[in-house]
Design a protein around this ligand. Sequence first.
Ligand code: GUN
Length: 387
Amino acid sequence: MTLFAKRQWLKMVALSAVSLATLTACGQKEEVSSSSPSPAPEPAPAQAADPAQPLQVGFMYVSPIGDGGWTYQHEQARQAVQQKFGDKIATSFVESVPEGPDAERVLRDMAGQGKKLVFATSFGFQEYVQKAAADLPDVKFEHATGYKRGDNVAVYDSKTFEGAYLAGIVAGAMSKTNVVGVVASVPIPEVVRNINSFVLGAQSVNPAITGKVVWVNEWFSPPKEAEAANSLINGGVDVLYQNTNSPAVLKTAQERGAFAFGKDGDMSAHAPQAHLGSAVINWEPYYTQVIEQTLAGQWQSGDFWWGVKEGAMDLVKVPDSVPAEIRSKVETVKAGLKDGSFAVWTGPISNNQGQELLADGVVADDAFLRGINFYVQGVEGKVPGTP
Ligand code: GUN
């Protein structure tokens, strides 16, 4: 499905919501939806919450809702909570907001329009959330994947590394060259952790696996994502993973006769021959909880990191062409993640210089996981910015 077709489809399934769209000066698109008609989003001074009015909730996205991955999936969750809470909430979003000063402007605009709860859904929004939140104490901010909290700022994330490990299990079994590759976005611990987790999963079924990485330094750039995928394939990679937002890697894999995975959203329809599964994030359980708490006047700042166990992460649509024992291993690992008997980052794990960083049987704690800035054994090269 083309991005355009996907957007049309998204619009068609836009629940019973009333939607209106305006184009802002810098080309970002703003959508407002509510199960009852709501006023156009004209800037107005922030006011105290009125229980008779719907809770105004804003979502700020870094890429288009039709990206098929990260933002698409946030948007799916927004639509789901709008439907679930009906007249109690009125949600809207602004898409394609760059991770720069424009983000702060959008956040302040949202507050001016009366939003009392705002989800900022990309890592690079962090400083702008901090600045806006300091001046807007009666607005609750939720920042996805950041680490800076405040009285009115909570952070939340999904354990995307669990999905990467599950995909790695499939990759390790399907690779013929024994070289897997990752198209990486922005060099932060989350992305390095995902690269490593993918390779660890692959090595768990095929110890001969090595990994290559190409960084594109952006979350969403289909041309760069495709170029990176091509260069990995040219270098001998036959199964690809990605930490970028679009299906370009998957589509390139199909054009080149390689395999790849969808990430964040179900990307299977974009390249069915190449698709070996999609590591899908479900933001709905978290958004539901936060909105429930906010409606009850019980919002509080926290640090949430949900994964397979909480229903926030899954590897879906692994095709039957993958050997049955591998599909069954994927299910066993999922069950272990659910009941807590399995942790992806369990030693022995060494960096690619041969230094053991987690001893045999030791399970990494969150502080370790959040600071990962090295490649595991078998991954070529070094993490950008490290000696
Ligand atoms: N913004 C767009 N995509 C992503 C992602 O995968 N992770 C984070 N942290 N921010 C994003």
